[in-house]
Design a protein around this ligand. Structure first.
Ligand code: HEC
Length: 264
């Protein structure tokens, strides 16, 4: 597999276990959104089509502004993008508001009468219909700014709901920072308290990773696992995270030793 496919595979197919119930959290059904303010946006290199693209799209911020001010002000909420098959991916609300994301609904190269062109996804041939989240700004970190397609709705959920028992109950700034990083870069592959992905090992149950891993090496391993283990399935984060961020993740992981939940 090329790294890109691997990357997309991660984004779209791993961590997403639960489907979102529309009436439980504030939810915007994309089928009902107003497309009259649409504009054409250009993407230098689309990760799905692997080429330059132009879409008709509306600003993500405009879509999110349909949530109430109270919902948008809630601390520790994440924006959850739900695909029509129930798969979902989340991102930090601050990230969703800070960069120029767009909800694309038509490929300008599509033949008349059609909205999208097909692309290959694994063995399937598919399209991003009905909606696709895209980021025209070049060079954004794709872990923080995901490109989910076939979107049906967007909801705002408390991290403790979306990430379950992996979300810390204790919320100091340091623990919150560490968990935000963990939920952005790690949880799609790793569970904590049995909540999260299953590509990599569980990191808290029954033993916390800091209870058996040399703690001083942990940040180094997180930054660059291939420098420790040849053939590891864990990607290097050296170009994305720095030591301070890796230490913040270690701090969160170590804290979770005090919040063990679930058994195995
Ligand atoms: C693409 C999936 C993937 C992502 C993303 C990922 N890991 Fe891993 N990680 C793995 C796999 C798989 C292993 C164990 C087997 C191996 O080395 O291939 C592993 C091993 C580890 C280990 C060592 C545990 C052990 O007993 O082997 C730690 C600690 C760890 N990961 C932390 C993290 C942290 C923190 C992040 C986020 C910055 C992260 N991982 C992101 C897949 C991933």
């Amino acid at each position: 597999m090329t790294s890109l496919k691997f990357f997309l595979f991660l984004l779209i197919t791993i961590f997403i276990s639960h489907s979102v119930s529309a009436d439980e959290w504030p939810t915007i059904e994309l089928a009902g959104i107003d497309l009259s303010a649409a504009k054409r946006i250009q993407i230098e290199k689309d990760p799905v089509y692997k080429t330059a693209k132009e879409y008709e799209a509306i600003p993500l911020a405009q879509v999110l502004s349909q949530f109430s001010k109270t919902d948008l002000a809630a601390k520790d909420s994440v924006v959850v993008f739900v695909a029509k098959d129930g798969y979902s991916v989340s991102m930090a609300l601050a990230d969703a508001m800070s960069e120029h994301g767009y909800i694309a609904f038509r490929d300008t190269e599509a033949p008349s009468g059609q909205k999208w062109l097909t692309f290959k996804f694994g063995k399937e041939t598919t399209t991003p219909a009905p909606f696709y989240l895209v980021w025209p700004t070049q060079g954004l970190d794709k872990w923080r700014y995901p490109w989910p397609f076939q979107l049906a709705s967007i909801s705002l959920q408390p991290a403790s709901t979306y990430f379950g028992a992996a979300a810390p109950a204790k919320k100091t700034d340091a623990i919150r920072t560490g968990f935000n990083l963990f939920s952005t870069y790690c949880i799609r592959c790793h569970s904590v308290n049995l909540s999260g992905g299953q590509v990599g090992p569980e990191l808290n149950i029954p033993k916390n990773i800091t209870e058996y891993f040399i703690e001083a090496e942990l940040a180094g391993f997180i930054l660059n696992a291939p420098a420790y283990r040849s053939g590891t399935k864990m990607p290097s984060f050296e170009k994305i995270l720095d030591r301070q961020k890796a230490e913040a993740i270690v701090n969160y992981l170590k804290h979770m030793k005090n919040e063990k939940a679930g058994t195995k």
